[in-house]
Design a protein around this ligand. Sequence first.
Ligand SMILES: [Zn+2]
Length: 310
Amino acid sequence: MEEIYCFAGNPLDRMSERRRDRAWVAALLADPAARVLPLVDLRPLTRGEAAAPMLDWQPAASWQAQIEAGAMLVFLGVGDDKRPYFAIDASAADLRPNGGDAPFDARTLAPLLPAGEAAIVAEARSLIDWHARHGFCAQCGTRTRVEAAGWVRRCPECKASHYPRSDPVTIMLAVRGEYGLLGRGRRRPGSRFSCLAGFMEPGETLEEGVRREVHEETGVRIGRVTYLACQPWPFPSTLMMGCLCEALSEEITVDPEELAEARWFSRAELRAMVERAATGAEDPTQVSVPGPVAIAHQIIRRWAFGLDGL
Ligand SMILES: [Zn+2]
């Protein structure tokens, strides 16, 4: 069965075929059942205990003044409960939720949320961030206008339509026999290793991207590539495409621009690293891998425990 990782499994129906219909969207917003998730500096507001926060969905009516004043509002979708859900950029509203605490960063918050809600956060965060950084037409420089309930920006001058994008990234575990190849980034502390990863380039297949990235960063040649699973990663708007790949060579020549170090780890070492990361008991004197929120953790776990192979 396909496993769903953090930020995947969004339960909302985005109703993408209808969101260009302004009257329909206005009726959704006027529905007393409509709910809005405010984000302050891209951090969703929450309520409840810090150890078990809940998304602070608020009645859309309570945001009417901000919406009319032009706050960025995006339609997220309709839930199983038939409620319409929106997100709003509340950065300018000077809100201080939870008695004055700063809201959680999405990366910290996501693992604490019920399955599916982190995916809604990913959708909201990526979209609001996109609007904040794409106010002008890439073709002619004119300020663009929001359409389709936040899913298009259209240029009034040259009529170009601009759509929010996901940037594909390959993230992979190269394996050779009983060993897997991990790298340590230049900005990472001395013991934290992870899967190699990199942005896909235009005109490249997934397999070609995997082979290029591993070879560029470590000098290792790659043969077969197997796709495992993917994960939206809303920082700002990436799709992490997880793969296993077969190493055809062993010698490592690290690209110092990309990595501080790369190393082969045995399957037993990787199992121990995954188990330590899953408990959150990180010890800086021991080598480690990212926690379960990251697809890197899941790729390493699946291979190390024999759930996936090439
Ligand atoms: Zn234009």
